[in-house]
Each structure stands twice: as C-alpha cells, then as structure tokens.
Design a protein around this ligand. Sequence first.
Ligand code: G3P
Ligand code: CA
Length: 311
Amino acid sequence: MQRHSLFATMSLGLFAGAATTTALAESTPLEEQLKELESFQVIAHRGASGHAPESTMAAYELAHEWGVDYLELDAQLTADGELVVFHDDAIDRTSDGEGKINDFTLEELKALDTGTWFNVANADKSDDSFEGAKILTLDELFERFGHDARYYIETKSPQLNPGLEEALVETLEEYEMVENGHVLVQSFEQDSLLKVQALNDDIPLIQLVWYSPSEEDASRLVEWTGVTPGPEEITDEDFQAVSDYAVGMGTNFIYDGREVIDADFIRQANENGLPVHVYTINETDEMERLMEMGANGLFTNYPDRLIELVE
Ligand code: G3P
Ligand code: CA
C-alpha cells in the first residue's frame, strides 16, 4: 500500500512532464535509475562490511558479486587533494596508523594496512587475504566496477573536506556516471548537497537525516542539522522542501533503543515523492520489520541477509 502511493506520486512528479512531450520516447539511463528508486533498494553499507573490512576492495567485490543495487561509500579528501573511500575522520579505528585522514597524502595513506583490524575484531570472519588491504581511491573503485555498478556516495564531513564537492563532481563527470544513471550523492549537510547541485544539477541527491531526542526535552525528537523538524512534527511542506532538491531521504531507525521513525513517516515521505532508505540495518528481524513498514531500501553491512529476504 505504501509503496503503491509512492509509485503514484513519483510517477506524476518525476515523469509526467516528459510523458506529455515525448510520449513514446525511450527513457534515458538517468530516468531509468530514478524510476528504479520506486523499487526496494539493497544498499551495501561500506561494501559487504559485515564480512570484509569496510571500504576496502574486498568488501566491495563481495557486495558486487551478490548483486546489490548500490555500493555505499563515504568520500573524503587527502592532504594532496585525492578522493578516497573512508568513513571516519581519523584513521585510528580501521588502520594501523593514527591521526586525521585529511592530514595525510595519498602516498602516506597507501602505506597503511586497513584490513588487519577486521581480522582482530572478527575472529570468526578473519581471512589472511584481508591483511595489508590498501585504502581505496574513488578512481580505483570506478576503474574496477565502472558502469557495472551503482554508487551511493556520501560527502563525508564537508567542513573537514573543503573542495570535496568540486573534486567529486569532476570525477563523476570524468567517468560519465551521472548521465548513465550510476550514482546517488548523499549527505547530512544540506549545503553540501546544494553545492553538488550547483555544480551539476542532474546529479540525484539524497538528504540524510539523523533523529535523536532533543537535549532540552528528551520527549521530542530533533534532526541533527535541523534540516527537518522531528518525525512527530514533520509536515508535507517540510518533505516538499526536501523534495525540491533531493530525490530521496536516508534516515536512522533507532536511537538508543527507541524507534525514531514509523510507517507514517515513510508513507508521508513517499506521498511527497521521497523514497526512504534506512541505515544501518543488520539484523534480519529488523530488516523484515522495516520492509513491512514500507521502507524503500536499506543500508546494510550484510547485503546477503537482505537479498535473501528480497528474493
Ligand atoms: O550514509 C548512510 C549511512 O552510512 C550514514 O551513516 O555514519 O555510516 O556514514 P554513516
Ligand atoms: Ca555513509
């Protein structure tokens, strides 16, 4: 039911204009990609990062092999302006180095081992081949999978990565990812998304949100950057304000054991033309519950579990 209302809204919102002018014209790859957002999307969070070290080629190889809809990644800039695939602001947790990622050149980062930590933390999934895994550049990921994959790219920590949007758009254009329908750009920072849009307004954008209790009044939920009101207070106009520039939303589901969104939130977003992708869902029962609630896609470290449910 909820997905049906999304179909109606999105079909009208995204394709009605084109249909009246070129009734029989074939869809472009970008239009096809947007149309496919009407279906449930399996999004491999940092690759199949429950099975292999996050953001490494091994994690992306596995997710790609399993046929996920999107490879999710966080893009950041090195000290010498190279785009790398890395989540944290610091390299400490997932490498054998220490310090802020932006303080290192690509050559220095390439000397790190970003795989062994996974073997130590996950004895049951340890694999000798993960040892010595190198930090990935976005170029390397694109060269490996090219147009044979779709990429769900986050502009991570935009304040710490000045120039990130420019570098990202340049790379997306170089690899002809946008017009061929291979990329979504996501961010928690609305300004970062608007910067991307100003550079290339064809790039489909996803507004990330993170809902948690207000510090002043824990009974009220608020959004981290204030991009929307909390889910209990959000209106059609608030969703429309997002759909003015974005093609979807990515949200958390649980904060400190408390569910922060419900089926009504998803339905209302859908009615305003916004599919809702929920992060980061790793347990099968939670996946099933969100699918029942009408979620339009899930970010997961275990795409194998989700694919089993979807098929
Ligand atoms: O991008 C969706 C989700 O990945 C956001 O959280 O911290 O894992 O980047 P994070
Ligand atoms: Ca992310």
